[in-house]
Write a protein that binds this ligand. Structure first.
Ligand SMILES: Nc1ncnc2c1ncn2[C@@H]1O[C@H](COP(=O)(O)OP(=O)(O)OP(=O)(O)O)[C@@H](O)[C@H]1O
Ligand SMILES: [Mg+2]
Length: 226
């Protein structure tokens, strides 16, 4: 049997609340994600979608259980290993966009290319502007995030996740701030990545129609995925 791109075995995570209690955010999650597939993760607000996505995206290492990429246990990786892996392989669209406030739109989009190193600045700019054009923001390349609407910021975040041709795209509510037409355009871009580039897509969404377009649908309830 082929090794899945991502394997989760009995993942658990919790956060400590201000009163000292612990809240389980990820509860005994086991799942696998094959290369070149699309999977929707749906669930109520507060059910643990972002918590799980941030563990899969190597942004949070505070968990027990096993997360493996390509059969390799990520629990053994140090910060440098994780950063290197992320910048080579993972595009992440944050639910809150997480744009860098003092960088303009194209500079934000170009960050993954800069992190990768060895890409001349004019190439970074050209590729970033091309991605901004693809998400309908060609004329906002020089705008600072504070001058952009929520939906425009969200599209900058999507362009940033796609610019460095990731193998894995983790999108946390990528169309939450978009009107139907723009959301459809963005969704089409994401699914095209899966179809044409063999990208593995994990899509966190509240939108049942968007979830239905994914090959697989998983539901998370009180941190447990089924
Ligand atoms: N840093 C934190 N401190 C305290 N509680 C947290 C923290 N992070 C998450 N939680 C809690 O963990 C639970 C899961 O949160 P999470 O953000 O993963 O949910 P979600 O499914 O992404 O919700 P939404 O659909 O609203 O984005 C929620 O009850 C949330 O309040
Ligand atoms: Mg969330």
């Amino acid at each position: 049997m082929k090794t899945p791109l991502i394997q989760l075995d009995h993942l658990n995570a919790e956060v400590r609340l201000p009163d000292g209690d612990h809240l389980t955010t990820v509860n005994d999650v086991s799942a696998s994600f094959e290369r070149g597939t699309s999977t929707a993760i749906v669930g109520k607000s507060g059910s643990g979608k972002t918590s799980l996505a941030s563990i899969i995206g190597l942004l949070n290492t505070d968990y027990t259980g096993t997360l493996s990429y390509d059969g390799r246990d990520c629990g053994a990786w140090n910060d440098a290993n994780r950063s290197r892996f992320r910048c080579r392989h993972v595009g992440f669209v944050f639910q809150n966009y997480s744009l860098i406030p003092h960088l303009n739109a194209w500079e934000n989009v170009g960050l993954p290319l800069q992190y990768r190193g060895g890409v001349p600045m004019r190439t970074v700019r050209r590729r970033a502007c091309r991605m901004l054009h693809a998400v309908g923001l060609a004329d906002r390349a020089d705008s600072m995030p504070s001058r952009l609407s929520g939906g425009e910021q969200q599209r900058v975040a999507i362009a940033r996740a796609l610019v460095a041709d990731p193998d894995l795209l983790i999108c946390d509510e990528p169309t939450g701030a978009l009107d139907t037409e723009t959301g459809d355009m963005v969704a089409a871009m994401l699914f095209r990545q899966v179809r044409e580039q063999g990208v593995t897509l994990i899509l966190v969404t509240h939108d049942p129609q968007l979830a239905a377009r994914c090959e697989h649908q998983l539901t998370i309830d009180r941190g447990h995925l089924s």
